[in-house]
Write a new protein. Structure first.
Length: 94
């Protein structure tokens, strides 16, 4: 049985905006990984681990998973609290 996670990807350190974090992603969990004893590389025979499907809404991703008999886990995004302050606030004494 195929297993997958449905989530919104987090912003990378190299991004300043949140443009690529608006779509929901269905990522399959890979299995049967092996470690190469000579080089130490990890390899696997399951190609579904490389597949990322993007959806505009969470409901569409869930609908796709149910239609294709995929066990899934939804990971809700965490809300981040933004504190708006001025640059001068960095130099205030507490």
């Amino acid at each position: 049985m195929k297993r997958a996670k449905i989530f919104i990807p987090s912003k990378t350190a190299m991004q300043s905006g949140r443009g690529k974090t608006k779509k929901w992603v269905l990522a399959f969990e890979s299995k049967n990984t092996k470690t190469n004893p000579l080089m130490g590389w990890e390899s696997g025979e399951d190609t579904l681990g490389e597949v990322l499907l993007k959806f505009s809404t969470k409901e569409k991703a869930i609908e796709y998973a149910k239609k294709n008999n995929i066990n899934f886990q939804v990971i809700e995004p965490k809300k981040s609290n933004f504190i708006i302050k001025s640059y001068a606030d960095n130099f205030l004494k507490d």
